[in-house]
Design a protein around this ligand. Sequence first.
Ligand code: NAD
Length: 440
Amino acid sequence: MATVVKPTGPLRQIGAPPMVPRIAPREDLNPFRIAQIQFDMAAEFLKLEPGLRQILRTPKRVLEVSIPTKMDNGQVKVHTGFRVQHNISRGPGKGGIRYHPNVTLDEVKALAAWMTWKTAVLNVPFGGAKGGVICDPKRMSKTELERMTRRYASEILPIIGPSMDIPAPDVYTDAQTMAWIMDTYAMTVGHSVHGVVTGKPVSIGGSEGRSEATARGLLFVVEEACKLKKIPLRGATVAIQGFGNAGATAARLFAEKKAKIIALSDTRGGVTNSRGIDPIKAIRYKERSGTVVGMPGASRMTNDDLLTMKCDILVPAALENVITLHNAEAVKARIVAEAANGPTTPHADEILARRGITVLPDILANAGGVTVSYFEWVQNMEGLMWDAEEVNARLQKSMVKAFHEMVETMRKHHVPPRAGAMILAVGRVAEATLVRGLFP
Ligand code: NAD
């Protein structure tokens, strides 16, 4: 039964209507409804027409596929997969593919919507899309993953392509996954098509700098935020939840800037050392043992304690809904830099804003990945090969520009960062949708 609560903090600040619906007395953690709440606030602020709101708050296209996969024991297991295209007004769909047992269609719809806003914040000529397969990749062999990936690619093939929708890696998918998708596509159409996926290995048209782009982009926006908040990055304490592509690379890059990594975690738990943890040693330890837990020179801690520990910069780099109504009052970081998509709920956002904690929102903070994906696609389409130096310089320019455009919007409208980024993004997508007009 829906209850109604009065908005406070950022909800009120960005001109939301006097009452906002909350689905249940408990916090609603459905990612797609959260994405819609975030959109509604920006739409209300921009005074978008009701029809346009309806277009932008729902996905353009949803594809659900069945993926029969021959397992190594000879039996067939049928996995379910999705590809969602949220909006393509500004260009082809763009977004990662996630393999996880808890993938749901609503999660993929939310991630696709966030991609629409993310590509718009960075002003790259893409729309938003996302894919997901319900599976347990940690319990599958490489050959099983390859067969499942190739069949999934074949099932979504009619709606992907370099001018239509371009997948990339996300949680528990990587450059190898992209190579299989590219090859499946190439075998079907009869020739190589580099631009069908990004985040692929450099040897088959991937871009230098793509694998670390999400974390590098995060570092660039944190550097800008630290300048504004007068926090020296050198010596700043950093806690990172999630030690995969985004989190482990962020740890390494922050350490290169002489920030102190005081906690790290993965699914099995966390480790902490107030004197600092060497990320390279943590990466090597995790490669050997599959987790950071137990690494020498650090004591154990839980993921929950990591999120509320005293630190300058907290980097959630795992999954959605980790900073919620239940722990937001206890967060002690000065900056929350969202490497993950959707780690902070709208209610937690309000609490953090009231407490003066700066949240660098996912649609800006982790947009380095899609920005270098765009560079990869441009190189593929033009037959170019940029070196890492050029890619990183272009990335820095894009991230810093987007950060300052967000800050300008915040100052103009007196809103917190996520609202600033959303107003910027929704405004751009709305303009593109309006100028194109409605077909037919
Ligand atoms: P990954 O699979 O490389 O790593 C995920 C990490 O999170 C793993 O270390 C895993 O152990 C950890 N993890 C999972 N569940 C956890 C939990 N409940 N508690 C603690 N740790 C947990 O994935 P990734 O590519 O690094 O993606 C991480 C986040 O960053 C996701 O939200 C993803 O959407 C987002 N992101 C990734 C990219 C990219 O380019 N890879 C780009 C933008 C955003």
